[in-house]
Design a protein around this ligand. Structure first.
Ligand SMILES: *[C@@H]1O[C@H](CO)[C@@H](O)[C@H](O)[C@H]1NC(C)=O
Ligand SMILES: *[C@@H]1O[C@H](CO)[C@@H](O)[C@H](O)[C@H]1NC(C)=O
Ligand SMILES: *[C@@H]1O[C@H](CO)[C@@H](O)[C@H](O)[C@H]1NC(C)=O
Ligand SMILES: *[C@@H]1O[C@H](CO)[C@@H](O)[C@H](O)[C@H]1NC(C)=O
Ligand SMILES: *[C@@H]1O[C@H](CO)[C@@H](O)[C@H](O)[C@H]1NC(C)=O
Ligand SMILES: *[C@@H]1O[C@H](CO)[C@@H](O)[C@H](O)[C@H]1NC(C)=O
Length: 606
């Protein structure tokens, strides 16, 4: 995206130069001098960009330069799109250049918009921004500045938008020194947008920022800011639409006064150390579309008032110590990302959860790694939830069949055990990934599973670490997707392998069961064209291998170890060109037993 944006910017520039070329606008001599001095700070002054900066031509025709009709430079955009594709940066500081590169840009007294991105300044930020009294927009992205933010920016009092990102697009710039946000920035009373990201800013968020009453966007992501959120933000910055304080070291409680910021559309406090409970006043922010409080130390219940956020599209509360889900979350009609995993959530899952996103375009729901118990309510029939990750909880009971309306279902690592169906199978199931592993299911695979698998044909079926018994049913092998996976390892399956004629699964793990009988040429025959992974190890298979054992078309992994297979190993097996792992050990074969075990696991999937 960044590349395309940049290419677009350059294309627009080239076009505008071309179109304005006929006017042969003469540029102001002082402006030209300031620009040439800037260019002189770099090692390479040739190439497609700098070649246009020719002292013999009007600077208004140079790439990146935008003039007024009277030939004063009003815009300068050097947005270096090629630096990501190698070291041939158009602008790398000449180490012999004296002083701060770019300092003379301060002489461009009519400049209104300045963007300098991906330029290897390799030194401090120029300290002459304060001379640009007409500057309204300043963007400094991904430049290798050393030291800290120049307080002189605070002198550019016409600024409406200030964006500084100290990170590198492809490289990191470790030369930035930790320093606090310059208080001179608090003079920028016209600011609508203040973005100071990844610049190792530390200390507290200065209270004087609350003087910036016009601010709509405040983004301080990825710094080292400490302390709390100043209360005055809520009382003074009432126009804020986006408040992003992610990835800092902020502490304390989230002030309840935050509920005054009624214009907020995005509030993101992820990756900090906020504690206490989520203030119920957040429910007053009725225009909120994105709320991120993930990875903090928040405790107590999720406030019921969150249900008021009818516009909310994304809610991320993962990695906290929250204790209760209120039924009101079912009122989040537009939600598309609902993530409350890795908390201390207790009690039952409110059935209202099935209403989430019922006016949206599908919900990604993650409630995994909590302490939720009771049965999973049978409330997914609306089909508005696309992904349901509920693994690592303490759910009991059976599998609610309305989950077949969810595409990707993970209810593994729970205590589900009931073989009886819960609810009825929907007529048009959507499930393509079903994870039932590590539950307490026992006995033969239940009939609801057969209905679900044969009707919905999920391509991935994971049910390892249960106590299923009886023979492995043939329907396990017939998902709809040619690259399907079956993992039923670590169960108590017995009996012979099923008789199948066709199969669509590509990866089969039936290891660590009690499967007996022989491997038939019928069984292998059905798998020859599709299977690339097969693990039948740790079973009780007997007899010789069928003669088509070496006819697999795409297999790379075959493990038949720890069985009671006997006879001679067909020598075609080790000649299969795609095979890179073969383990036939711990059987009762006669003659030479081939094996292939690459030393590095990565070689296996090559
Ligand atoms: C030049 O600057 C003017 C005034 O800021 C602006 O409207 C125009 O879009 C700019 N042109 C280019 C090509 O950047
Ligand atoms: C960044 O600047 C420093 C000098 O301040 C220099 O040593 C380093 O090589 C530069 N990094 C890159 C990626 O050019
Ligand atoms: C959580 O936030 C801390 C900083 O407070 C960060 O170092 C860590 O990587 C984050 N963890 C996750 C899982 O996002
Ligand atoms: C199947 O599940 C087991 C866990 O019991 C795991 O160790 C194994 O790697 C899985 N097999 C495949 C092919 O992913
Ligand atoms: C596998 O492919 C071969 C030809 O490529 C075909 O004759 C055979 O019927 C296929 N077997 C199955 C089980 O699909
Ligand atoms: C191994 O095979 C031999 C015959 O080749 C048979 O006598 C012996 O009982 C077998 N051992 C086991 C453990 O099945």
């Amino acid at each position: 995206m960044g590349v395309f944006k940049s290419l677009w910017a350059v294309t627009v520039l080239i076009l505008s130069i071309y179109l304005s070329g006929c006017e042969a606008q003469e540029c102001n001599a002082n402006d030209k001098k300031a620009l040439l001095k800037f260019k002189a700070g770099f090692i390479s002054q040739a190439g497609w960009f700098w070649d246009t900066w020719d002292a013999g031509t009007s600077c208004c025709q140079w790439l990146g330069v935008n003039c007024t009709t009277s030939g004063r430079v009003q815009g300068l955009t050097i947005n270096n799109p090629w630096s990501r594709h190698g070291p041939s940066s158009i602008a790398e500081r000449d180490p012999t250049y004296e002083g701060a590169v770019g300092a003379t840009l301060g002489d461009l007294s009519e400049l209104r918009a300045l963007e300098l991105s991906e330029i290897m300044f390799n030194g401090p930020m120029p300290n002459t921004f304060g001379k640009m009294k007409k500057l309204e927009e300043l963007k400094l992205f991904y430049n290798n500045f050393s030291g800290s933010l120049s307080p002189s920016i605070g002198g550019a009092t016409s600024l409406k938008s200030l964006t500084v990102d100290g990170s590198g697009y492809t490289v990191t710039f470790p030369n930035i020194s930790p320093a606090s946000i310059p208080t001179t920035f608090c003079q920028l009373k016209n600011l609508r947008t203040l973005v100071l990201t990844s610049f190792r800013l530390n200390g507290k968020i200065p209270e004087c920022l609350c003087k910036l009453g016009q601010l709509k966007d405040l983004d301080l992501n990825g710094n080292e800011l400490k302390g709390g959120i100043p209360d005055c933000i809520s009382s003074n910055l009432r126009k804020l639409e986006s408040l992003i304080l992610t990835s800092n070291r902020l502490v304390g409680e989230i002030p309840s006064s935050i509920g005054h910021l009624r214009s907020l559309i995005s509030l993101n406090l992820n990756d900090n150390k906020f504690c206490g409970s989520i203030p119920k006043e957040i429910g007053n922010l009725v225009h909120l579309q994105n709320l991120g409080l993930a990875n903090n130390s928040l405790s107590g219940p999720i406030p019921a008032s969150l249900g008021n956020l009818v516009e909310l599209n994304s809610l991320d509360l993962k990695f906290n110590s929250l204790t209760r889900i209120p039924p009101e979350v079912g009122k989040l009609a537009r939600i598309s990302t609902f993530v409350i995993s890795n908390n201390q959530l207790q009690g039952k899952l409110p059935p209202e959860i099935g209403n989430c996103g019922n006016q949206g375009y599908g919900v990604y729901m993650e409630i995994s790694n909590n302490k939720l118990l009771g049965s999973i309510p049978d409330v997914f029939g609306r089909g508005n939830i696309n992904i349901f990750f509920a693994h690592h909880n303490q759910f009991t009971g059976g599998f609610p069949l309305s989950l077949a309306m969810v595409g990707d279902v993970d209810v593994s690592y729970n205590r589900l055990s009931d073989p009886k169906p819960v609810g009825t199978l929907p007529a048009d199931p959507k499930i393509y990934y079903l994870r039932l592993s590590h539950n307490l299911f026992s006995g033969s695979p239940p009939s609801w599973l057969e209905n679900l698998v044969t009707i919905a044909k999920p391509s991935n079926l994971e049910m390892f670490e249960n106590k299923f018994t009886g023979p492995v049913p043939a329907y396990f092998f017939s998902g709809s997707n040619a690259f399907g996976n079956l993992n039923a390892s670590h169960n108590w399956f017995t009996g012979p392998l099923p008789s199948i004629t066709t199969a669509t699964v590509s990866s089969i793990d039936l290891s660590h069961n009690r499967i007996s009988g022989s491997v038939t040429s019928n069984f292998f025959g059905a798998l020859l064209n599709t299977t690339y992974f097969m693990d039948l190890s740790f079973n009780r298979l007997t007899g010789p291998l069928p003669e088509n054992s070496g006819d697999f078309q795409m297999i790379y992994y075959m493990d038949l170890s720890d069985n009671k297979l006997s006879g001679e190993v067909p020598d075609t097996i080790e000649k299969m060109p795609t095979l890179s792992y073969l383990d036939l050990s711990d059987n009762n074969f006669t003659g030479r037993v081939p094996s292939k075990k690459p030393s590095h696991p990565l070689l296996m999937s090559a």
